[in-house]
Each structure stands twice: as C-alpha cells, then as structure tokens.
Design a protein around this ligand. Structure first.
Ligand SMILES: Cc1cc2nc3c(=O)[nH]c(=O)nc-3n(C[C@H](O)[C@H](O)[C@H](O)COP(=O)(O)OP(=O)(O)OC[C@H]3O[C@@H](n4cnc5c(N)ncnc54)[C@H](O)[C@@H]3O)c2cc1C
Length: 235
C-alpha cells in the first residue's frame, strides 16, 4: 500500500489515459511532487473499454494535431517514453470509406489534415479494392487511408504511462477516491481523499472531521491542484 503524501505540487485525479499521460509528462519535466489518485485501478473507467483506434485525423484541427502527435508517440514508444511498458500498438493502417453523400466532407477533412502534417492519402474505390481485395466498393465514392495508423491496447497504454511516471518519481495511489477539493478564492488548497480524507488547512476549517485526518495535497493555482507555495495544516 502506497502512503498518501501530505503535500504535493500536482495532484491528478483519475488514472484514465489522460491522468496517466499528465503524470508521465509532468514527471518527465520534473514539474515537482506529483500524486495521481485513482478510485479503482488504472484504466478501470472508459479508458479500459475504449475502441482502441490510434488514428491521425479528425474534423477539427485541434484533434488532428493532437492525434497525429500521439500516433507518432505510439510508433516510437520506446524512444519517446522509454521504460518497460508496451502499449501494444499495431500499425495495421486505417481506411475510412465514404459514399457519394459524405465524400466531399471526407475530402475536405483529409486535405485539411494533410496541410497540418497528418499522414493521410485519398483513395479511389479501385485503389481501395487493390488494397483490400475482399472489400465491396460499389457504394464507395472515396476513401481516406492512413498507412501509419492502427490500434493499441488502451489499458496497457495507461499502465505504461503510469509506470513510467512512477519510475520518474511520481506517486501513484489506487483504490482511493478524491471526495473533496478545497479552494480558497481561485486557488486549490487541498484535496480530500478516500475514507481518511485530508485538508490543506487546519482541521477545524474542514467541512468534515473525517477529511482532516490525512492530506493528499496542498496549495495550488487556479483550476488545478498545481501548487506554488506550501500550506500548513494541523489536526
Ligand atoms: C490507445 C487508446 C485508443 C483510443 N481509441 C479510441 C477510439 O477509437 N474511439 C474513442 O471514442 N475513444 C478512444 N479512446 C479514448 C477513450 O475511449 C476514452 O475517451 C479515454 O480513454 C478517456 O480517458 P480519461 O482519462 O479522460 O477518462 P477515464 O478513462 O474515464 O478515466 C477517469 C478515471 O478517473 C477515475 N475517477 C473518477 N472520479 C474519481 C475520483 N473522485 N477520485 C479518484 N478517481 C476518480 C475513474 O475511476 C477513472 O479511472 C482511446 C484511448 C486510448 C488510450
């Protein structure tokens, strides 16, 4: 059982792939004392049940940029992330097929994605048939093809990131629920967690006595548990 630290620079709530990724990136940047708190186990939520596609473009620029960058990370995991973890990336390629009604949108999105640097080609129905001989293409007007895309194991991905974050000094706590976020003005000053919650100030200022027994976090900047200076707290 991992001890819950009394203070932290950064508290991450939830060990889905986003929390795992944050923990890894903050730890790699040596951003301070990092604590990730997950109420069950890593990837126990939607992450562990995801469709698992790793692809490079969407209809919005932001998603195309982030998906492309993430897909490159999957392709070069050992070099970029390191550690023993393996997200199980399989570069099988990805085809999106469009009929006559949706083909103009697919063309527009794929061309825009190419402008943003995403590796995507547009294929005619005959080219799709050449790539996948078993495919029926009589109702296909256009396809996009991402040769370097594929799928990965989302649970392994989150665990690989969390394990790497731990290697780099982050504290990972499972089976503990964050049940209170204490704020002062626009600042987060404490995080209450689990059956033995905590607070960043004195117990007498805690809403609930049971939150005052232990502390998982400390003072922070607006909007997150990122801290700048340490609070003191006492029972
Ligand atoms: C390799 C990969 C491929 C993917 N492919 C697709 C795809 O093809 N299509 C698609 O739609 N999506 C895909 N996704 C995205 C996926 O479906 C989810 O949307 C995504 O994983 C959600 O991650 P999350 O961290 O935001 O949330 P979650 O997975 O929901 O994680 C949140 C975590 O927070 C914990 N938690 C909640 N409340 C508390 C609390 N109070 N205290 C402590 N812990 C708490 C939960 O237990 C949970 O584990 C993919 C993801 C991966 C990793």
């Amino acid at each position: 059982m991992v001890d819950v630290p009394k203070t932290a620079d950064i508290v991450i709530v939830g060990g889905g792939v986003h929390g795992a990724s944050l923990a890894y990136h903050f730890a790699r940047k040596k951003a301070g004392r990092i604590v990730l708190i997950e109420k069950k186990f890593i990837a126990s939520g939607p992450t562990g049940r995801s469709t698992a596609l790793v692809r490079r473009f969407y209809a919005m620029d932001f998603f195309t940029r982030t998906a492309s960058a993430a897909a490159e990370m999957f392709r070069h995991w050992k070099d970029v992330v390191g550690g023993d973890g393996d997200p199980g990336f399989q570069q099988v390629g990805m085809l999106v097929l469009a009929g006559p009604d949706t083909a103009p949108y697919l063309r527009h999105n794929a061309l825009r994605a190419r402008e943003l640097g995403a590796g995507v080609a547009l294929l005619s129905p005959a080219e799709v048939k050449a790539l996948v001989p078993a495919a029926r293409v009589d109702d296909v007007a256009l396809a996009s093809y991402e040769a370097e895309s594929g799928y990965a194991d989302p649970s392994s991905t989150a665990n690989a990131l969390v394990n790497r974050a731990r290697d780099l000094g982050a504290t990972i706590i499972q089976y503990r629920r964050v049940d209170a976020i204490r704020i002062a003005g626009s600042r987060v000053i404490g995080v209450g967690s689990g059956p033995t919650g905590c607070c960043a100030r004195s117990a007498s200022r805690c809403r609930s006595r049971r939150h005052a027994t232990r502390c998982a976090s400390s003072a922070g900047r607006a909007g997150s548990a990122r801290t700048r200076r340490w609070p003191t707290w006492s029972r």
